[in-house]
Design a protein around this ligand. Structure first.
Ligand SMILES: Cc1cc2nc3c(=O)[nH]c(=O)nc-3n(C[C@H](O)[C@H](O)[C@H](O)COP(=O)(O)OP(=O)(O)OC[C@H]3O[C@@H](n4cnc5c(N)ncnc54)[C@H](O)[C@@H]3O)c2cc1C
Length: 440
């Protein structure tokens, strides 16, 4: 059988190689770390966790927790490694990063179907291939990818404001209104002086995310100043800048607020809103703490936190299909953060989908559609379709899944239904997927 090339033994490439190999497909896995490391990597082993040792929530009521369970049921190598090396972390799944990485490396090295090439891959090879070179892809490979994108952009940086689920905004406090009464496109969160002062003090005292050397160059984000930097220029800079209340009347009071945080619609359905002018480098827990002080956002669900960092990712909608294959050349797949999924687990999940899909293609089997009823399928749909506006990398969240039928009251009830639907959808698929297992 023809060998499949997998480029990069990170979270996505390791999972993809495993899914292919266990189905009996020969794999050539390229990993360059022994010769050259990308700036965030320090170890020679595979599936290195470059920052936190947490794979986030393990609770089913959370989309990334449900995604983990789906991956376990599909026999994920990354989840086996995580479960075998977990350390106590409350409701989160945290791991001993060295044991985790060693586990993945040893399992892949022991698989007879996998040939490991510890060199830098400089071009996209002919034939079936999964490209999983990660968010710091650079050099000749990055140039080859950019050339292959044919009209679709390859981004090298990511500077976005947090995205919040509409459901979680308290509309008793917030209100729809466009400045100068020109419609109702924006959600406005009004602040009085006391609320503004409390928010301001928390913002200027908040902790920043740890920055790597490659993220320090402020010039790459031209015209895009972090909200905390702007705040640092003076107490009233935000109130006269992005939070200015000019032309806005609060219908609850009939008065102009002291300051206003505006949220702009991110998708056609109006289920996602971004915080206007809030691109930020604050650490994620600090974003939750500080931005939840804004009236109306006390219980905000952050579908994506703000970031400003190096991140190589494709303009995937239209370029990639939901199984992460390139629409024009379906033998070529991408996987991992480079596709526009965000996070360790999401990267591994995309590697899983790409690996299963390419294995089935090689075996002459029809494709498996995980559908928008599962988290793993909804991530593929997001990457291939986006939300309609500018495409930004995204974590797993229930808002990306197919909507539930009918009006379901209560967040808890909705979450339970998402979980039930996802697991029963998968139950119907798993025998088909498991049928291809090749024991090693
Ligand atoms: C600095 C930083 C911190 C992050 N922190 C977190 C976090 O705390 N939590 C979280 O959930 N997500 C985090 N992420 C996001 C993301 O989850 C990780 O980057 C994740 O490792 C992505 O998985 P991946 O498989 O796409 O890429 P990677 O895990 O980076 O794997 C890519 C692999 O490809 C190899 N490679 C690249 N080019 C070549 C080549 N030309 N030839 C051969 N091999 C090559 C690399 O050496 C690497 O091993 C972070 C990202 C960055 C950049």
């Amino acid at each position: 059988m023809e060998k499949v090339t997998v480029i990069g033994a990170g979270l996505a490439g390791s999972e993809a190689a495993y899914q292919l190999a266990k189905r009996g497909i020969p794999v050539r896995l390229w990993e360059m770390k022994r010769l050259r490391k990308q700036p965030a990597h320090t170890e020679d082993t595979f599936a290195e966790l470059v920052c936190s040792n947490s794979l986030r929530s393990d609770r089913l009521q959370n989309a990334v927790g449900l995604l983990k369970e789906e991956m376990r049921r599909l026999d994920s190598l990354i989840m086996q490694a995580a479960d075998a090396t977990r350390v106590p972390a409350g409701g989160a799944l945290a791991v001993d990063r060295h044991l985790f990485s060693d586990y993945v490396t040893q399992r892949l090295k022991a698989m007879p179907q996998i040939e490991i090439v510890e060199e830098e891959c400089r071009d996209i090879p002919e034939g079936p291939c999964i490209l999983a070179s990660g968010p710091l892809t650079d050099g000749e490979l990055a140039q080859a990818i950019a050339a292959r994108c044919s009209g679709f952009k390859l981004h090298f940086h990511d500077a976005v404001a947090p995205i919040i689920s509409f459901d979680s905004i308290d509309m008793e406090k917030a209100f729809f209104f466009s400045r100068y009464d020109r419609g109702s496109d924006y959600i406005n969160c009004p602040m009085n002086q006391q609320e503004y002062d409390a928010f301001y003090d928390a913002l200027v005292g908040a902790r920043l995310a740890d920055l790597h050397e490659f993220d320090r160059d402020a010039n790459i984000f031209e015209g895009c100043m972090p909200v905390e930097v702007m705040a640092g220029r003076g107490r009233m800079t935000l109130a006269f800048g992005p939070l200015k209340p000019v032309g806005i009347l609060d219908p609850h009071t009939g008065k102009r607020p002291y300051a206003v945080v505006q949220l702009r619609r991110e998708n056609a359905e109006g289920t996602y809103y971004n915080m206007v002018g809030f691109q930020t480098r604050l650490a994620w827990p600090e974003q939750k703490r500080v931005f939840s002080l804004i009236p109306g956002l006390e219980n905000a669900e952050f579908l994506r936190y703000g970031v400003m960092h190096r991140n190589t990712y494709l303009d995937s909608p239209g370029f990639l299909q939901a199984d992460y294959s390139v629409a024009e050349t379906p033998e070529l797949y991408f996987a991992g953060q480079i596709t526009g999924v965000e996070g360790y687990v999401e990267s591994a999940a995309s590697g899983m989908t790409a690996g299963i899909s390419l294995a089935r293609r090689q075996m002459g089997l029809p494709p498996i559609d995980f559908t928008g009823c599962t988290v793993i399928g909804s991530m593929g749909q997001y990457v291939s379709r986006g939300l309609g506006g500018a495409f930004v990398p995204m974590n797993a969240n229930f808002g990306l899944m197919d909507p539930l039928q009918g009006k379901i009251h209560g967040k808890k009830n909705r979450q339970e239904l998402y979980v039930q639907r996802a697991l029963s959808t998968l139950e119907n698929l798993v025998p088909a997927v498991k049928g291809e297992f090749y024991e090693v």
